[in-house]
Structure formats: structure tokens, C-alpha cells
Design a protein around this ligand. Structure first.
Ligand SMILES: Cc1ncc(COP(=O)(O)O)c(C=O)c1O
Length: 511
């Protein structure tokens, strides 16, 4: 992501009535930068007052007929309208006042703090930092070069949209100095419980810890068995094994990649203590069927919804579909923080209380530990960030669905031999991953690399074949076969349709 801070000279150029050569290039650089999705544009907080004042002066020259108060109002309005397009780059507290004239030192400090360049007509005042300053004419040449690479996930645009709210929330935490389990964690828990439609949300330190805490709350012990899918991220099986229990792998549905409910019952033994289903790639597993089998054998069900928060199954939200739902706020997840955190969800009051205790070393009151727990607490800063992101999450979920459908339409129209994701009528997917099935994976990955398009494989080795978990032979032909055929394409809410077309076009010569 390119960050650009426009200095006062450029802003006044393009707002002036004198449409000279400078007006044209300043206007053009603004228009070009504004529409590029790999570029964010800022005004330094240090220049806002001067912009308003100089605009007032400009109005005095160009509109002598206006009254003083009309000019002041118009200057304020101008500044407000700028802030529809620009975000404010704040001046950090670690400025080097002696490095340059004060206004230049302030803008350099802003630029350095966000690896930005300053677009300016006054390059000479940046003499000691020529790397930071760029003229509109130089920048126009750069911006006219077509963007040639696509990111797998790009969090930069989302940050640009949410920056004021994220900064505000983070400042509140920094000033409160309540860094662990502060008020924002409770606020997030309430909002998420509401969003998911359950009684309790317990914010924790990661998606992995959410799984561990839920297994511990269900009292999973050494030699117990937990039925799960082999087609997932390692954490699912790993947390079962960490407690000394045995992950019993059941093969998957070849169309949804989720655990095949019809194969669960035959895997149940007297040692079976729980079922842990994963809602892979952002589509929920078939919980009505899973819950019916679980009820027959009185087993609790955990949903590993690390990838599926925001998805729905039969009109109900992911993480509300079983005894406990778990999710992750890893940065690349559909709802991600800027570090590790996660959450457990349940309607069961007792389990909620137990999970809250396990999260803080099994503590039921200060320094009194009624059970063995872990350090599974959530950072307040992560809650502050996730809270800001939650405000636009429903829109982002919708955007993800549109992008997923667009990919599938383009693939069906243009590619033979590529199988797009299959979303059942009962489900909506959040497409945490947009994962396709191909025959010659290496060839198609190379074609995409040649076109500057990154891909990933989720997951190349099923858990039953991972050295750490390979203790027993399971018959899992579908998962093993599909692990050689799946691959994921770039997916995030700010991907453009043009980029999707480019990605699909790069695969056409394959299909
Ligand atoms: C299916 C699944 N389960 C669990 C996790 C673990 O989440 P975290 O990385 O937050 O610990 C992930 C994260 O990648 C995941 O995809």
C-alpha cells in the first residue's frame, strides 16, 4: 500500500480558481491517487489549520464580494469536504524538532510514522529528506503505471477506511492503561454475543486457545476421543491431542470439504466425549445432522468457526449452532484484529462460567483457583481493533459473498476443469478462503505466479498425515485426495472485479 501525504501547496493549487499549469497537475495527481486501490491519501494534522487559513485568504483575493464571515464559513466547508477524500495523518509525539523548519519537521514526522511520501511543490524544503518528497509531475508518472501485482489479502484499504475509529479506540486503551481484559473486551463480548445470537461470548487470546478452553470446559481428558475432520488447520486436531485425548478423524463431504455427518456415527465408541466440526473456508458444516447424532449419544458439539464468523446456516449465525462455537480474530480472518485473539460462544450459563474461569488460570475469585486453566486472556488493544472492524463487518460479509459469487460465475463461464466452491442452499459463506479444485495444481499455481497473482494451499497435508498426529491409520480417501487438488485464490472485501477478471483470465489457458 502506498501512503501519500498531500502538502498545502498541492491542496491550494487544485482549489484555486486560477487554472494554470500547476492547477492541472495538482488536480490530476489527486484524481489518480484517489482512485487507485493500492494508494491511500492523507493530509498531515499539522497542516489543517494552515490550509483553512490560506483558503480563507485565497477566497479574499478571488471573491472580494464575500463578507468575512462568509469566507470563514466557506474555508471551513472546504476543509470538511477535503476530509471526505483524505484521512488525517496524525503528528507523532516523537518529532525531531531540530531536523528542519518546524512545519517541515512536523510533516516529515507524520510521513515517517506511516512510511508515506509527501506530495509537494516545495521539494527544496525537504532538502535533508529527498527520499520523502515527490512532485505531482513525478508522481503522475508513477501512478500512471498500471498496478501489476495482486495481494492474496490486503488489509491496507480497510485500515484506511477505519483509521479514525481504530486510532480513537486504541488511544482510549492506551490512556486507560487497562491492557488486558479491559472494558473494551467486555464491550466486544456483548456486541459479538448479540451479532452471533447467543447468550455468552468469552473473548480469549487466540482461536487456538478458544478451542483449548472449550475442550477443557467439556472436561476432555487423556484417552478420551474427540471426533473431528482431518481437513483443517492443525490447531483443530492439535488442541485435542494437547489434552492427551485422541482426535478421531472422519472423512469429509467432497463438495463442501466439511466433515461428512453420515460417517460420524460409525466412529463413535464408548471413549467418544465430543464432536468438533470445522466450518471450513467460511461455510458452516451440516450442524442439524451433526447435532442429531450428538444428541443420540449425549455428546457435546464444538464448532471450530475460526474461518466462518459472519456465515449463516439455515438462517442462524456461525458459532451459534452447537454447544460451543469458537472463532479466531487472526488478522487475515474475516473479522481480524492486529495480532492474536479469539472468542468462545455458548448459550449454556455453566459452560460460560467455566470458560471464563479457565481463561484466567482457573480463577473463580481473585487468587483463588478452583480448576486448572490457562492464560487465555484477551488483549484490550485487540478488542479495540476488532470493535472498530465490527462496525463495518456486515457490509464486508456482503461484499465477500458478492466477490465469491462473482469468482464462481467467471470460473463457470471461462474455465473448464476448475471446480468452484459448492455452497449448499442452507448456507451462506463468508469465503474466508475462496478455494477451488483443480487437477494440475502446480501448473496452475505457476501460471498465476507468472501473472503476478499469489495463491495458497489450504491445506496440503490432512491432519491424519501430519507427523505430530500420525499415530493411527484412518481411512480418509476423500480428504487425502482433495489435499492434492485444492488451492485458494486472493480474497478480501476490497478485491475489485477487474482483479478477479485478471485472476480468472490467467487460469483460462489452463482450464
Ligand atoms: C480452522 C481453524 N482453526 C483454528 C485456527 C486457529 O486460530 P488462531 O490462529 O487464532 O489461533 C485457525 C486459524 O488459522 C483455523 O483456520
Amino acid at each position: 500500500m502506498k501512503n501519500l501525504i498531500f502538502d498545502i501547496s498541492i491542496i491550494l493549487d487544485f482549489s484555486s480558481q486560477k487554472r494554470d499549469k500547476q492547477f492541472t497537475s495538482s488536480r490530476k495527481v489527486f484524481e489518480l491517487a484517489k482512485k487507485r486501490d493500492d494508494t491511500n491519501i492523507y493530509l498531515s494534522s499539522s497542516s489543517l489549520g494552515t490550509i483553512e487559513f490560506l483558503k480563507y485568504q485565497q477566497l479574499s483575493e478571488e471573491h472580494p464580494e464575500l463578507t468575512d464571515s462568509q469566507r470563514k464559513t466557506a474555508a471551513k466547508k472546504f476543509l470538511t469536504s477535503l476530509l471526505n477524500d483524505f484521512k488525517i495523518a496524525k503528528t507523532p509525539s516523537y518529532i525531531d524538532i531540530e531536523s528542519a523548519e518546524i512545519n517541515t519537521a512536523l510533516i516529515i514526522a507524520s510521513a515517517e510514522s506511516m512510511a508515506a511520501r509527501v506530495v509537494t511543490r516545495n521539494k527544496d524544503i525537504f532538502l535533508n529528506r529527498p527520499d520523502i518528497a515527490i512532485t505531482p509531475e513525478q508522481l503522475i508518472n508513477e501512478l500512471n503505471v498500471k498496478k501489476d501485482s495482486i495481494n492474496f489479502i490486503d488489509l491496507g484499504k480497510q485500515y484506511f477506511y477505519l483509521q479514525p475509529q481504530i486510532e480513537k479506540n486504541m488511544d482510549e486503551v492506551l490512556n486507560s492503561t487497562s491492557f488486558i481484559m479491559g472494558n473494551k473486551v467486555r464491550e466486544l463480548e456483548e456486541k459479538l454475543a448479540d451479532f452471533v445470537g447467543v447468550k455468552h461470548c468469552i473473548g480469549v487470546s487466540s482461536g487456538t486457545d478458544a478451542l483449548l478452553i472449550s475442550l477443557m470446559a467439556l472436561d476432555i481428558k487423556p484417552d478420551d476421543e474427540v471426533i473431528t475432520t482431518p481437513f483443517t488447520f492443525i490447531a483443530t486436531g492439535e488442541m485435542i491431542a494437547l489434552l492427551g485425548a485422541k482426535p478421531v478423524f472422519v472423512d469429509i463431504d467432497p463438495r463442501t470439504y466439511n466433515i461428512d455427518p453420515d460417517k460420524i456415527e460409525s466412529a463413535i465408541t464408548p471413549q467418544t466425549k465430543a464432536i468438533m466440526a470445522v466450518s471450513l473456508y467460511g461455510q458452516c458444516a451440516d450442524f442439524d445432522k451433526i447435532n442429531a447424532i450428538a444428541a443420540k449419544y449425549q455428546l457435546p458439539v464444538i464448532e471450530d468457526g475460526a474461518q466462518s464468523l459472519g456465515a449463516s446456516y439455515k438462517g442462524k449465525q456461525s458459532c451459534s449452532l452447537s454447544t460451543i462455537g469458537c472463532t479466531s480474530f487472526f488478522p487475515s480472518k474475516p473479522l481480524g484484529g492486529y495480532g492474536d485473539s479469539g472468542a468462545c460462544f455458548t448459550n449454556d450459563d455453566d459452560l460460560a462460567q467455566i470458560m471464563r474461569e479457565i481463561r484466567v488460570h482457573g480463577q473463580d475469585r481473585r487468587y483463588h483457583h478452583s480448576r486448572i486453566g490457562i492464560n487465555g486472556r484477551m488483549d484490550t488493544l485487540q478488542a479495540a481493533i476488532v470493535l472498530a472492524k465490527l462496525t463495518i463487518f456486515p457490509d464486508e460479509v456482503e461484499k465477500r459473498q458478492e466477490l465469491g459469487e462473482c469468482y464462481s460465475r467467471l470460473i463457470s463461464e471461462h474455465c473448464i476443469d476448475i471446480i468452484p466452491p459448492y455452497i449448499t442452499d442452507d448456507n451462506t459463506s463468508v469465503y474466508a478462503q475462496y478455494t477451488i479444485q483443480v487437477k494440475d495444481r502446480d501448473i496452475i499455481i505457476q501460471k498465476l505466479i507468472d501473472a503476478g497473482i499469489p495463491t495458497a494451499v489450504h491445506y496440503p497435508v490432512p491432519l491424519n498425515q501430519q507427523p505430530a498426529l500420525k499415530t493411527e491409520v484412518f481411512d480418509l480417501p476423500i480428504a487425502e485426495d482433495l489435499s492434492h487438488q485444492v488451492m485458494s485464490l486472493p480474497m478480501y472485501p476490497y478485491l475489485s472485479e477487474t482483479e478477479q477478471q485478471k485472476i480468472v483470465k490467467a487460469m483460462v489457458s489452463y482450464g
